[in-house]
Design a protein around this ligand. Sequence first.
Ligand SMILES: [Zn+2]
Length: 141
Amino acid sequence: MKPEEENFLRRAVDQAAKARATGDAPFGSLLVGPNGDVLAEDRNTVLTDNDISAHPELKLARWAARELDAETAAGTTLYTSCEPCGMCAGALARSGVGRVVFALSNAQLAELKPGGGFPAVPSEGPSSLEEARAVIAGYYS
Ligand SMILES: [Zn+2]
């Protein structure tokens, strides 16, 4: 990893420390543009915002999708203090962000967070409801 990338990770960790200092879970991220400029940065605010989706990676994925054209987004790198969770990884995949660099892996996080993770919600389907197909048919073609 290049020294400037380690500096971006340190800045993401600084955001994580700010989150912890305000009572939130200690996670932070920043989005760096193709020219190495920090375009946006944020931290976890799940508790202070009372919002289960207020992870910094998700907030920056939403920002990138909203504020950047596709070409610029593809040239960005998200630096984050910890590997994105499943929710954030899904949002990042949809956002057009080009790359993710993380400091701590989810396996390393699990060592620090005993009993972490969330059980899958029981799901059933597909059903035989034809209306569900009809409402989508033709939309994407
Ligand atoms: Zn997340």
